[in-house]
Design a protein around this ligand. Structure first.
Ligand SMILES: [Zn+2]
Length: 134
């Protein structure tokens, strides 16, 4: 069961990674910022599926009580409405996380304001730890 979930997860991850690779690199953003952005793009599946592997509950938004997904943060959550408006973040993750150079810069600014960035990196470490020990 665990392996099955991981395989599904991994395939999805590779698909997104390949897509991300094909996109032209934006010369106006640093490599580390690009990593953050790609992590958010990939985090869409990690965040929504990882709890299955941990056999825990899906992560909940402290403000809304609904399941946290990248989509929730970028499109739905009221808690980030002001930031999204200030930074002109599109209400469609297809646009805000897409390969448009102008959107990329705004999206990075938004990501930097998110406390969830820390949450993402913790999750990534968590996953690595589990893989090594399985
Ligand atoms: Zn919310």
């Amino acid at each position: 069961m665990w392996q099955k979930v991981w395989n599904t997860q991994n395939n999805k991850l590779n698909q997104i990674k390949q897509t991300v690779k094909r996109w032209r690199r934006n010369p106006n953003i640093s490599t580390s910022d690009e990593k953050k952005l790609n992590r958010a793009r990939i985090g869409h599946t990690r965040l929504t599926h990882e709890y299955l592997m941990n056999k825990g509950d899906p992560p909940l938004c402290q403000s809304c009580g609904t399941t946290i997904t990248i989509k929730h943060i970028f499109e739905e959550c009221r808690m980030y409405e002001k930031q999204r408006e200030d930074l002109n973040i599109s209400h469609q993750i297809g646009t805000s996380l897409g390969p448009n150079p102008d959107n990329e810069i705004d999206t990075i600014k938004f990501l930097k304001q998110l406390k969830y960035l820390i949450y993402f990196s913790q999750h990534l470490q968590c996953t690595k730890y589990q893989i090594t020990n399985s």
